[in-house]
Write a protein that binds this ligand. Structure first.
Ligand code: 5RP
Length: 234
């Protein structure tokens, strides 16, 4: 296991302390939170943990079923106690860029329904200013090149259609992903989110503002927990 892989595993497992029996838990997507999902499966099998989960992608749904987490549909329940998810970047105000795994729409719907959001990450994800990681934006396949042109003009930066080989990446929702290369310049993520969501053809943007309550971060000093002073979890 590489160092980074070990850090992801440490953070993913440590975040399970935010889960207890009786909870409804949002299950994020990515290579860090994968370790959370596997650990929750172990806790169910070996420690009698009783939870239900809502996955944020088809990939997480498959993993959760493999490790024995009972799943429910978000539409059938009244909110979630907590969601645990990864992030591509987080800043000192706990604002996030997400969507590197193309799951941002379901991730944001699940986060919006959760009473708390715990982010799991290795210390490469902590930044002073968001935007070095290209900002993922889910867009409709219809006229996607036109939407990408409008995004480029509006944001004044290069915007690419995310590709898998010769074909555009298609999300679990049948949409495409545009990646905006703004650079580490995002001064006002809340304003930027509004501007992007105002463009026809945009389904959702990977700026997660005022959603993250806690970051469980693994780095050279081990696992550290950073609590958002304005958040809902302690
Ligand atoms: C998927 C995401 C992921 O949570 C994000 O990309 C972080 O993934 P990883 O833990 O693999 O670095 O937003 O859409």
């Amino acid at each position: 296991m590489t160092d980074v892989e070990g850090l992801k595993k440490d953070a993913g497992i440590a975040a399970c302390s935010y889960v207890s029996s009786g909870m409804k838990v949002g299950l994020g997507t990515g290579s860090t939170v994968k370790h959370t999902v596997i650990e929750l499966g172990r806790m169910i099998a070996e420690e009698g943990l009783e939870i239900v989960g809502v996955p944020t992608s088809l990939a997480t749904e498959k993993l959760a079923l493999e490790v024995g987490i009972p799943l429910v549909k978000l539409s059938d329940i009244d909110g979630l106690d907590v969601v645990i998810d990864g992030a591509d970047e987080y800043d000192p105000q706990f604002q996030l860029i997400k969507g590197g795994g193309a799951a941002l729409l379901r991730e944001k719907i699940v986060a919006q329904e959760s009473s708390g959001m715990v982010v799991v990450a290795d210390d490469r994800k902590r930044v002073e200013k968001l935007g070095a990681f290209p900002l993922p934006i889910e867009i409709t396949p219809f006229a996607h090149q036109a939407t990408i042109r409008v995004l480029g003009r509006t944001l004044n930066c290069r915007v690419n259609c995310r590709m898998a080989g010769d074909n555009p990446v298609i999300t679990d929702n049948g949409n495409m992903i545009a990646d905006a290369h703004c650079g580490p310049t995002i001064q006002d993520p809340i304003g930027m989110e509004k501007v992007i969501l105002n463009i026809a053809g945009v389904v959702q943007v990977g700026l997660f503002n005022n959603m993250c309550d806690v970051v469980v971060l693994a780095g050279a000093n081990g696992v550290e927990t950073f609590v958002n002073p304005n958040g809902r979890l302690k």
